[in-house]
Design a binder for this molecule. Structure first.
Ligand SMILES: [Zn+2]
Length: 103
């Protein structure tokens, strides 16, 4: 299935204005599809971002593909963003909890 067909299936989340991807996602919850024979992040395809840039979310919803909620930035900006939102720790704690359960 191509990008356009998947975008067609995306669902509006009215309270936030997010357009939620319902197709395949990676382990971090980011939409991914095969495009031109490569596994690509959908948000990158939508923004047309070059490989040395990251596509970041204003809304902080990994599966959101609303172009109005996306912006192209650097990895450094992304880290700063996560830090500002206090997500770096949350994410690590969630991961630790997940692995702890397996023991
Ligand atoms: Zn959004």
């Amino acid at each position: 299935m191509g990008l356009a067909a998947w975008v067609d299936k995306a669902v509006w989340w009215h309270s936030s204005g997010c357009l939620l991807w319902v197709g395949p996602v990676d382990e971090e919850g980011y939409p991914r599809i095969y495009h031109g024979g490569k596994n690509k992040r959908v948000t990158r395809l939508i923004c047309g971002a070059p490989d040395d840039k990251r596509v970041l979310h204003h809304c902080d919803v990994p599966c959101c593909i609303n172009p109005d909620h996306l912006y192209v930035g650097t990895g450094k900006q992304n880290a700063a963003d996560m830090h500002r939102r206090g997500r770096a720790h949350v994410k690590r704690d969630a991961l630790n909890a997940r692995f702890a359960k397996r023991d």
